[in-house]
Design a protein around this ligand. Structure first.
Ligand code: ARG
Length: 459
Protein backbone atom coordinates (compact mmCIF):
# COMPACT_ATOMS: atom_id res chain seq x y z
CA UNK A 1 0.00 0.00 0.00
CA UNK A 2 3.00 2.28 0.38
CA UNK A 3 5.22 0.70 -2.30
CA UNK A 4 6.07 4.09 -3.90
CA UNK A 5 8.65 5.23 -1.40
CA UNK A 6 10.13 1.87 -0.39
CA UNK A 7 12.83 -0.14 -2.12
CA UNK A 8 12.88 -3.28 -0.01
CA UNK A 9 10.08 -5.49 1.28
CA UNK A 10 8.94 -5.33 4.89
CA UNK A 11 10.69 -8.00 6.94
CA UNK A 12 8.58 -11.05 7.63
CA UNK A 13 9.18 -10.61 11.33
CA UNK A 14 7.88 -7.05 11.19
CA UNK A 15 4.82 -8.28 9.30
CA UNK A 16 4.13 -10.82 12.02
CA UNK A 17 4.77 -8.27 14.70
CA UNK A 18 2.60 -5.56 13.25
CA UNK A 19 -0.35 -7.45 11.87
CA UNK A 20 -3.74 -6.95 13.48
CA UNK A 21 -5.84 -8.88 10.98
CA UNK A 22 -5.81 -11.93 13.28
CA UNK A 23 -8.15 -10.02 15.60
CA UNK A 24 -9.42 -6.87 13.87
CA UNK A 25 -11.06 -8.96 11.12
CA UNK A 26 -14.11 -8.80 13.31
CA UNK A 27 -14.55 -5.13 12.43
CA UNK A 28 -15.29 -6.15 8.83
CA UNK A 29 -19.00 -5.28 8.79
CA UNK A 30 -18.36 -1.84 10.29
CA UNK A 31 -15.44 -1.24 7.94
CA UNK A 32 -17.64 -2.04 4.96
CA UNK A 33 -20.52 0.07 6.23
CA UNK A 34 -18.12 2.99 6.72
CA UNK A 35 -16.63 2.55 3.25
CA UNK A 36 -20.04 2.57 1.61
CA UNK A 37 -20.83 5.88 3.35
CA UNK A 38 -17.41 7.25 2.38
CA UNK A 39 -18.05 6.32 -1.26
CA UNK A 40 -21.24 8.37 -1.12
CA UNK A 41 -19.22 11.37 0.09
CA UNK A 42 -16.66 10.83 -2.69
CA UNK A 43 -19.45 10.78 -5.24
CA UNK A 44 -20.94 13.89 -3.68
CA UNK A 45 -17.52 15.60 -3.99
CA UNK A 46 -17.24 14.57 -7.64
CA UNK A 47 -14.26 12.22 -7.12
CA UNK A 48 -16.16 9.19 -8.36
CA UNK A 49 -19.30 8.95 -10.46
CA UNK A 50 -22.52 7.14 -9.64
CA UNK A 51 -21.52 4.04 -11.59
CA UNK A 52 -18.28 3.81 -9.67
CA UNK A 53 -20.11 4.32 -6.39
CA UNK A 54 -22.47 1.50 -7.24
CA UNK A 55 -19.57 -0.78 -8.23
CA UNK A 56 -17.91 -0.07 -4.89
CA UNK A 57 -21.12 -0.84 -2.99
CA UNK A 58 -21.66 -4.04 -4.91
CA UNK A 59 -18.07 -5.17 -4.46
CA UNK A 60 -18.08 -4.44 -0.74
CA UNK A 61 -21.33 -6.31 -0.21
CA UNK A 62 -19.88 -9.30 -2.05
CA UNK A 63 -16.81 -9.21 0.17
CA UNK A 64 -19.05 -9.12 3.22
CA UNK A 65 -20.84 -12.24 2.03
CA UNK A 66 -17.53 -13.98 1.35
CA UNK A 67 -16.31 -13.18 4.85
CA UNK A 68 -19.54 -14.39 6.40
CA UNK A 69 -19.53 -17.64 4.47
CA UNK A 70 -15.90 -18.28 5.40
CA UNK A 71 -14.70 -18.01 1.80
CA UNK A 72 -12.64 -14.86 2.24
CA UNK A 73 -8.88 -15.37 2.64
CA UNK A 74 -7.45 -12.88 5.11
CA UNK A 75 -3.80 -12.11 4.42
CA UNK A 76 -1.37 -11.30 7.21
CA UNK A 77 0.78 -9.50 4.65
CA UNK A 78 -2.05 -6.98 4.26
CA UNK A 79 -1.75 -6.16 7.95
CA UNK A 80 -5.26 -5.22 8.98
CA UNK A 81 -8.92 -5.44 8.07
CA UNK A 82 -8.87 -2.10 6.25
CA UNK A 83 -6.17 -3.11 3.78
CA UNK A 84 -7.51 -6.65 3.37
CA UNK A 85 -10.89 -5.33 2.30
CA UNK A 86 -9.51 -2.52 0.14
CA UNK A 87 -7.20 -4.90 -1.74
CA UNK A 88 -9.97 -7.45 -2.28
CA UNK A 89 -12.23 -4.70 -3.60
CA UNK A 90 -9.63 -3.46 -6.06
CA UNK A 91 -8.99 -7.02 -7.26
CA UNK A 92 -12.73 -7.40 -7.77
CA UNK A 93 -13.71 -4.11 -9.42
CA UNK A 94 -10.43 -2.47 -10.50
CA UNK A 95 -10.06 1.31 -10.71
CA UNK A 96 -13.06 2.42 -8.63
CA UNK A 97 -11.71 0.29 -5.80
CA UNK A 98 -8.40 2.11 -6.01
CA UNK A 99 -10.24 5.45 -5.66
CA UNK A 100 -12.04 4.53 -2.44
CA UNK A 101 -9.24 5.55 -0.10
CA UNK A 102 -9.22 9.15 -1.41
CA UNK A 103 -9.42 11.70 1.40
CA UNK A 104 -9.31 8.95 3.97
CA UNK A 105 -6.60 7.48 6.16
CA UNK A 106 -6.66 4.30 8.11
CA UNK A 107 -6.43 6.60 11.11
CA UNK A 108 -9.91 8.03 10.72
CA UNK A 109 -11.12 4.76 9.22
CA UNK A 110 -10.17 2.73 12.29
CA UNK A 111 -11.55 5.43 14.59
CA UNK A 112 -14.86 5.11 12.78
CA UNK A 113 -14.86 1.30 12.78
CA UNK A 114 -14.18 1.10 16.50
CA UNK A 115 -16.90 3.64 17.26
CA UNK A 116 -19.41 1.67 15.21
CA UNK A 117 -18.30 -1.47 16.99
CA UNK A 118 -18.57 0.10 20.47
CA UNK A 119 -21.98 1.45 19.57
CA UNK A 120 -23.33 -1.98 18.64
CA UNK A 121 -21.70 -3.71 21.59
CA UNK A 122 -22.89 -1.09 24.08
CA UNK A 123 -26.41 -1.98 23.06
CA UNK A 124 -25.72 -5.70 23.37
CA UNK A 125 -24.28 -5.27 26.87
CA UNK A 126 -27.06 -2.94 27.97
CA UNK A 127 -29.68 -5.45 26.93
CA UNK A 128 -27.93 -8.33 28.63
CA UNK A 129 -27.76 -6.34 31.86
CA UNK A 130 -31.51 -5.85 31.58
CA UNK A 131 -31.97 -9.61 31.13
CA UNK A 132 -29.96 -10.28 34.28
CA UNK A 133 -32.02 -7.74 36.21
CA UNK A 134 -35.15 -9.55 35.09
CA UNK A 135 -33.70 -12.89 36.20
CA UNK A 136 -32.82 -11.50 39.65
CA UNK A 137 -36.29 -10.07 39.97
CA UNK A 138 -37.87 -13.39 39.04
CA UNK A 139 -35.86 -15.07 41.79
CA UNK A 140 -36.90 -12.33 44.22
CA UNK A 141 -40.61 -12.85 43.58
CA UNK A 142 -40.38 -16.63 43.82
CA UNK A 143 -40.01 -16.54 47.61
CA UNK A 144 -41.26 -13.12 48.61
CA UNK A 145 -41.43 -14.08 52.32
CA UNK A 146 -37.92 -15.49 52.68
CA UNK A 147 -35.92 -13.68 55.34
CA UNK A 148 -32.14 -13.85 55.65
CA UNK A 149 -29.69 -12.30 58.01
CA UNK A 150 -28.16 -9.16 56.55
CA UNK A 151 -24.42 -9.06 57.16
CA UNK A 152 -21.74 -6.50 57.83
CA UNK A 153 -18.16 -7.74 58.15
CA UNK A 154 -19.73 -11.08 57.17
CA UNK A 155 -21.17 -11.21 60.70
CA UNK A 156 -24.91 -11.48 61.15
CA UNK A 157 -26.36 -8.01 61.58
CA UNK A 158 -30.07 -7.49 61.10
CA UNK A 159 -32.83 -9.39 59.33
CA UNK A 160 -33.73 -8.50 55.75
CA UNK A 161 -35.95 -9.97 53.10
CA UNK A 162 -33.96 -12.10 50.68
CA UNK A 163 -35.67 -10.19 47.87
CA UNK A 164 -34.31 -6.93 49.33
CA UNK A 165 -30.81 -8.38 49.08
CA UNK A 166 -31.38 -9.37 45.45
CA UNK A 167 -32.86 -5.98 44.60
CA UNK A 168 -29.63 -4.36 45.80
CA UNK A 169 -27.98 -5.96 42.75
CA UNK A 170 -30.81 -4.77 40.52
CA UNK A 171 -30.00 -1.23 41.68
CA UNK A 172 -26.28 -1.63 40.94
CA UNK A 173 -27.01 -3.00 37.49
CA UNK A 174 -29.39 -0.12 36.83
CA UNK A 175 -26.53 2.32 37.41
CA UNK A 176 -24.37 0.25 35.06
CA UNK A 177 -27.02 0.61 32.35
CA UNK A 178 -27.08 4.33 33.00
CA UNK A 179 -23.30 4.45 32.57
CA UNK A 180 -23.60 2.60 29.25
CA UNK A 181 -26.25 5.01 28.01
CA UNK A 182 -24.19 7.99 29.08
CA UNK A 183 -20.97 6.74 27.47
CA UNK A 184 -22.94 5.96 24.34
CA UNK A 185 -23.35 9.70 23.69
CA UNK A 186 -19.59 10.12 23.48
CA UNK A 187 -19.12 7.02 21.33
CA UNK A 188 -21.80 8.22 18.96
CA UNK A 189 -19.73 10.91 17.22
CA UNK A 190 -18.59 10.55 13.61
CA UNK A 191 -14.80 10.88 13.02
CA UNK A 192 -14.51 10.09 9.29
CA UNK A 193 -13.19 13.02 7.27
CA UNK A 194 -10.43 13.72 9.79
CA UNK A 195 -7.99 11.97 7.46
CA UNK A 196 -4.59 11.09 8.85
CA UNK A 197 -4.72 14.03 11.24
CA UNK A 198 -5.54 17.21 9.32
CA UNK A 199 -8.60 16.40 7.24
CA UNK A 200 -8.32 16.67 3.49
CA UNK A 201 -8.10 19.23 0.73
CA UNK A 202 -10.97 17.44 -0.95
CA UNK A 203 -14.24 18.97 0.26
CA UNK A 204 -16.02 16.04 1.90
CA UNK A 205 -19.62 16.34 3.00
CA UNK A 206 -19.17 14.98 6.51
CA UNK A 207 -22.79 15.64 7.34
CA UNK A 208 -23.82 13.28 4.58
CA UNK A 209 -21.55 10.55 5.99
CA UNK A 210 -22.89 11.10 9.51
CA UNK A 211 -26.43 10.89 8.23
CA UNK A 212 -25.78 7.67 6.31
CA UNK A 213 -24.20 6.07 9.37
CA UNK A 214 -26.83 7.44 11.74
CA UNK A 215 -24.51 9.59 13.85
CA UNK A 216 -26.14 12.57 15.59
CA UNK A 217 -22.80 14.39 15.94
CA UNK A 218 -19.51 14.93 14.07
CA UNK A 219 -16.04 15.27 15.62
CA UNK A 220 -14.91 18.90 15.62
CA UNK A 221 -11.13 18.52 15.74
CA UNK A 222 -9.35 16.25 13.28
CA UNK A 223 -6.34 15.74 15.54
CA UNK A 224 -8.47 14.77 18.50
CA UNK A 225 -10.64 12.56 16.31
CA UNK A 226 -7.82 10.27 15.14
CA UNK A 227 -6.15 9.93 18.53
CA UNK A 228 -9.11 9.92 20.92
CA UNK A 229 -9.73 6.61 22.62
CA UNK A 230 -11.35 7.88 25.81
CA UNK A 231 -14.70 6.54 24.67
CA UNK A 232 -13.12 3.07 24.74
CA UNK A 233 -11.59 3.67 28.17
CA UNK A 234 -15.00 4.70 29.46
CA UNK A 235 -16.62 1.60 28.05
CA UNK A 236 -13.89 -0.57 29.55
CA UNK A 237 -14.48 1.11 32.91
CA UNK A 238 -18.21 0.50 32.70
CA UNK A 239 -17.57 -3.12 31.78
CA UNK A 240 -15.15 -3.42 34.70
CA UNK A 241 -17.81 -1.99 37.01
CA UNK A 242 -20.37 -4.48 35.74
CA UNK A 243 -17.73 -7.15 36.31
CA UNK A 244 -17.08 -5.95 39.85
CA UNK A 245 -20.82 -6.05 40.55
CA UNK A 246 -21.07 -9.55 39.12
CA UNK A 247 -18.02 -10.54 41.13
CA UNK A 248 -19.71 -9.41 44.34
CA UNK A 249 -22.84 -11.29 43.38
CA UNK A 250 -20.60 -14.28 42.66
CA UNK A 251 -19.19 -14.13 46.15
CA UNK A 252 -22.70 -14.05 47.63
CA UNK A 253 -23.78 -16.96 45.44
CA UNK A 254 -20.71 -18.96 46.44
CA UNK A 255 -21.44 -18.37 50.13
CA UNK A 256 -25.17 -19.02 49.74
CA UNK A 257 -24.57 -22.30 47.91
CA UNK A 258 -22.19 -23.60 50.60
CA UNK A 259 -23.29 -26.11 53.23
CA UNK A 260 -22.52 -23.48 55.86
CA UNK A 261 -25.08 -20.99 54.51
CA UNK A 262 -27.25 -23.18 52.31
CA UNK A 263 -29.61 -20.33 51.36
CA UNK A 264 -29.85 -21.30 47.71
CA UNK A 265 -29.48 -24.35 45.56
CA UNK A 266 -28.07 -23.89 42.08
CA UNK A 267 -29.31 -26.15 39.32
CA UNK A 268 -27.20 -29.08 38.14
CA UNK A 269 -26.96 -27.30 34.80
CA UNK A 270 -25.00 -24.43 36.35
CA UNK A 271 -22.68 -26.31 38.65
CA UNK A 272 -19.92 -28.85 38.19
CA UNK A 273 -18.90 -31.97 40.04
CA UNK A 274 -15.53 -33.05 41.29
CA UNK A 275 -13.55 -35.78 39.59
CA UNK A 276 -12.48 -37.00 43.01
CA UNK A 277 -15.11 -36.12 45.60
CA UNK A 278 -18.45 -37.61 44.58
CA UNK A 279 -20.55 -35.40 46.85
CA UNK A 280 -19.34 -32.05 45.42
CA UNK A 281 -21.50 -29.55 43.57
CA UNK A 282 -19.32 -26.59 42.76
CA UNK A 283 -20.43 -23.03 41.88
CA UNK A 284 -17.85 -22.71 39.08
CA UNK A 285 -19.82 -20.13 37.14
CA UNK A 286 -19.62 -17.69 40.04
CA UNK A 287 -15.97 -18.48 40.67
CA UNK A 288 -15.09 -17.99 37.02
CA UNK A 289 -16.89 -14.67 36.97
CA UNK A 290 -15.09 -13.52 40.12
CA UNK A 291 -11.87 -14.62 38.44
CA UNK A 292 -12.53 -13.02 35.07
CA UNK A 293 -13.21 -9.68 36.72
CA UNK A 294 -9.47 -9.30 37.23
CA UNK A 295 -9.08 -9.56 33.50
CA UNK A 296 -11.66 -6.84 32.88
CA UNK A 297 -9.95 -4.45 35.26
CA UNK A 298 -6.63 -5.41 33.65
CA UNK A 299 -7.95 -4.55 30.19
CA UNK A 300 -8.94 -1.08 31.40
CA UNK A 301 -5.47 -0.57 32.87
CA UNK A 302 -3.89 -1.79 29.63
CA UNK A 303 -5.68 0.84 27.58
CA UNK A 304 -5.13 3.72 30.01
CA UNK A 305 -1.44 2.88 30.15
CA UNK A 306 -1.30 2.69 26.35
CA UNK A 307 -2.80 6.15 25.96
CA UNK A 308 -1.02 7.98 28.73
CA UNK A 309 2.27 8.89 27.07
CA UNK A 310 1.14 9.40 23.48
CA UNK A 311 2.09 12.58 21.68
CA UNK A 312 -0.48 13.93 19.27
CA UNK A 313 -1.88 12.44 17.12
CA UNK A 314 -2.23 8.86 15.87
CA UNK A 315 0.54 6.52 16.98
CA UNK A 316 0.73 2.86 16.19
CA UNK A 317 0.48 2.10 19.90
CA UNK A 318 -3.24 2.67 19.42
CA UNK A 319 -3.54 -0.59 17.55
CA UNK A 320 -3.19 -2.13 21.02
CA UNK A 321 -6.64 -0.81 21.97
CA UNK A 322 -8.48 -3.60 20.24
CA UNK A 323 -7.54 -6.83 21.98
CA UNK A 324 -8.43 -5.59 25.48
CA UNK A 325 -11.64 -4.08 24.11
CA UNK A 326 -12.70 -7.24 22.27
CA UNK A 327 -11.79 -9.42 25.23
CA UNK A 328 -13.74 -7.35 27.75
CA UNK A 329 -16.79 -7.24 25.52
CA UNK A 330 -16.73 -10.98 24.84
CA UNK A 331 -16.26 -11.85 28.48
CA UNK A 332 -18.84 -9.53 29.97
CA UNK A 333 -21.50 -10.60 27.47
CA UNK A 334 -20.94 -14.24 28.34
CA UNK A 335 -20.86 -13.55 32.07
CA UNK A 336 -24.13 -11.62 31.93
CA UNK A 337 -25.82 -14.31 29.89
CA UNK A 338 -24.75 -17.21 32.06
CA UNK A 339 -25.65 -15.33 35.25
CA UNK A 340 -29.12 -14.52 33.96
CA UNK A 341 -29.67 -18.18 33.11
CA UNK A 342 -28.31 -19.42 36.44
CA UNK A 343 -30.13 -16.97 38.72
CA UNK A 344 -33.48 -17.46 36.99
CA UNK A 345 -33.58 -21.15 37.98
CA UNK A 346 -31.81 -21.01 41.37
CA UNK A 347 -33.92 -22.18 44.31
CA UNK A 348 -34.21 -20.53 47.70
CA UNK A 349 -33.99 -23.02 50.58
CA UNK A 350 -36.43 -21.47 53.01
CA UNK A 351 -35.80 -24.03 55.75
CA UNK A 352 -32.19 -22.80 55.83
CA UNK A 353 -32.96 -19.10 55.65
CA UNK A 354 -35.49 -19.62 58.44
CA UNK A 355 -32.95 -21.43 60.60
CA UNK A 356 -30.41 -18.66 60.08
CA UNK A 357 -32.87 -15.91 60.96
CA UNK A 358 -34.03 -17.64 64.13
CA UNK A 359 -30.83 -16.25 65.65
CA UNK A 360 -32.27 -13.84 68.29
CA UNK A 361 -29.16 -11.66 68.22
CA UNK A 362 -30.35 -10.36 64.84
CA UNK A 363 -32.85 -8.36 66.88
CA UNK A 364 -30.37 -6.86 69.32
CA UNK A 365 -30.54 -3.49 67.56
CA UNK A 366 -34.32 -3.64 67.65
CA UNK A 367 -34.16 -4.14 71.43
CA UNK A 368 -31.93 -1.09 71.74
CA UNK A 369 -34.39 0.87 69.57
CA UNK A 370 -37.18 -0.35 71.90
CA UNK A 371 -35.39 1.22 74.88
CA UNK A 372 -34.88 4.43 72.90
CA UNK A 373 -38.61 4.62 72.27
CA UNK A 374 -39.04 4.27 76.06
CA UNK A 375 -36.85 7.34 76.54
CA UNK A 376 -33.39 5.78 77.07
CA UNK A 377 -30.58 7.64 75.23
CA UNK A 378 -29.26 5.41 72.40
CA UNK A 379 -25.69 5.16 73.76
CA UNK A 380 -27.04 3.86 77.09
CA UNK A 381 -29.45 1.51 75.32
CA UNK A 382 -26.56 0.15 73.23
CA UNK A 383 -24.59 -0.64 76.39
CA UNK A 384 -27.58 -2.21 78.16
CA UNK A 385 -28.27 -4.55 75.23
CA UNK A 386 -24.54 -5.30 74.94
CA UNK A 387 -24.55 -6.48 78.56
CA UNK A 388 -27.76 -8.42 77.98
CA UNK A 389 -26.10 -10.14 75.00
CA UNK A 390 -23.05 -11.11 77.05
CA UNK A 391 -25.39 -12.42 79.73
CA UNK A 392 -27.34 -14.41 77.14
CA UNK A 393 -24.15 -16.01 75.79
CA UNK A 394 -22.91 -16.83 79.29
CA UNK A 395 -26.22 -18.32 80.43
CA UNK A 396 -26.86 -20.01 77.07
CA UNK A 397 -30.37 -18.59 77.07
CA UNK A 398 -31.83 -16.56 74.21
CA UNK A 399 -33.53 -13.14 74.51
CA UNK A 400 -37.06 -14.61 74.41
CA UNK A 401 -36.19 -16.96 77.31
CA UNK A 402 -35.60 -14.18 79.86
CA UNK A 403 -38.41 -13.23 82.27
CA UNK A 404 -39.49 -9.60 82.56
CA UNK A 405 -37.91 -9.27 86.00
CA UNK A 406 -34.62 -10.45 84.51
CA UNK A 407 -34.88 -7.81 81.76
CA UNK A 408 -35.61 -5.18 84.40
CA UNK A 409 -32.34 -6.00 86.18
CA UNK A 410 -30.65 -4.50 83.09
CA UNK A 411 -33.02 -1.55 82.74
CA UNK A 412 -36.24 -0.55 84.40
CA UNK A 413 -37.40 0.82 81.05
CA UNK A 414 -38.26 -2.74 79.95
CA UNK A 415 -41.98 -3.52 80.13
CA UNK A 416 -44.27 -6.38 79.21
CA UNK A 417 -44.39 -5.35 75.55
CA UNK A 418 -40.66 -6.17 75.09
CA UNK A 419 -41.53 -9.66 73.82
CA UNK A 420 -43.36 -8.17 70.86
CA UNK A 421 -40.06 -6.75 69.59
CA UNK A 422 -38.54 -10.22 69.55
CA UNK A 423 -40.42 -11.32 66.47
CA UNK A 424 -38.76 -11.24 63.06
CA UNK A 425 -41.98 -10.34 61.26
CA UNK A 426 -42.66 -7.38 63.57
CA UNK A 427 -39.04 -6.34 63.27
CA UNK A 428 -39.19 -6.30 59.48
CA UNK A 429 -42.54 -4.55 59.33
CA UNK A 430 -41.16 -1.75 61.48
CA UNK A 431 -38.44 -0.95 58.93
CA UNK A 432 -40.60 1.41 56.95
CA UNK A 433 -38.28 4.28 56.04
CA UNK A 434 -37.64 4.84 52.34
CA UNK A 435 -35.22 2.16 51.16
CA UNK A 436 -35.60 -0.04 54.27
CA UNK A 437 -36.70 -3.68 53.91
CA UNK A 438 -40.25 -3.73 55.32
CA UNK A 439 -42.32 -6.22 53.31
CA UNK A 440 -44.55 -3.36 52.18
CA UNK A 441 -41.59 -1.37 50.87
CA UNK A 442 -40.03 -4.36 49.14
CA UNK A 443 -43.21 -5.36 47.43
CA UNK A 444 -43.61 -1.79 46.16
CA UNK A 445 -40.07 -1.94 44.81
CA UNK A 446 -40.79 -5.26 43.12
CA UNK A 447 -43.85 -3.80 41.44
CA UNK A 448 -41.87 -0.75 40.39
CA UNK A 449 -39.15 -2.86 38.73
CA UNK A 450 -41.69 -5.17 37.12
CA UNK A 451 -43.43 -2.21 35.53
CA UNK A 452 -40.17 -0.60 34.51
CA UNK A 453 -38.80 -3.79 32.91
CA UNK A 454 -42.05 -4.46 31.10
CA UNK A 455 -41.76 -1.13 29.35
CA UNK A 456 -37.99 -0.65 29.15
CA UNK A 457 -36.79 -0.51 25.62
CA UNK A 458 -33.68 -2.24 24.40
CA UNK A 459 -30.97 0.34 23.71
N1 ARG B 1 -4.44 -1.32 12.28
C1 ARG B 1 -4.31 0.03 12.66
C2 ARG B 1 -4.92 0.28 14.03
O1 ARG B 1 -5.60 -0.56 14.47
C3 ARG B 1 -5.01 0.90 11.68
C4 ARG B 1 -4.45 2.28 11.58
C5 ARG B 1 -3.10 2.21 11.03
N2 ARG B 1 -2.59 3.53 10.73
C6 ARG B 1 -1.30 3.74 10.43
N3 ARG B 1 -0.98 4.94 10.18
N4 ARG B 1 -0.43 2.80 10.43
O2 ARG B 1 -4.69 1.26 14.68
Amino acid sequence: MWKGRFQTETSNLVKRYGESISYDWRLYAHDIEGSIAHAAALQDAGIINKTEERAIGRGLREIKKEIESGKFRFKTSLEDIHMNIERALTEKIGAPGAKLHTARSRNDQVALDVRLYCRAESKAIHNRILDLQKALLSLAVKQPEAVVPGYTHLQRGQPVLFSHHLLAYVEMLERDKERIRDGYKRINVMPLGSGALAGSTIPLNRKLVAQKLDFPAITQNSMDAVSDRDFIAELLFTISMVGVHLSRLSEDVILWASAEFGFIELSDAHTTGSSLMPQKKNPDVAELTRGKTGRLVGNLMTLLTTIKGLPMTYNRDLQEDKEPLFDSIDQIKLALEVFAEMMAVAKVREERTLAATSDPFLLATDLADYLVLKGVPFRDAHEIIGKLTAHSIKERRDFPDFRLDEYREFSTAFEGDVYRVLDIKTALKARKAIGAPSPGNVSKQITKWQKQFATSKAL
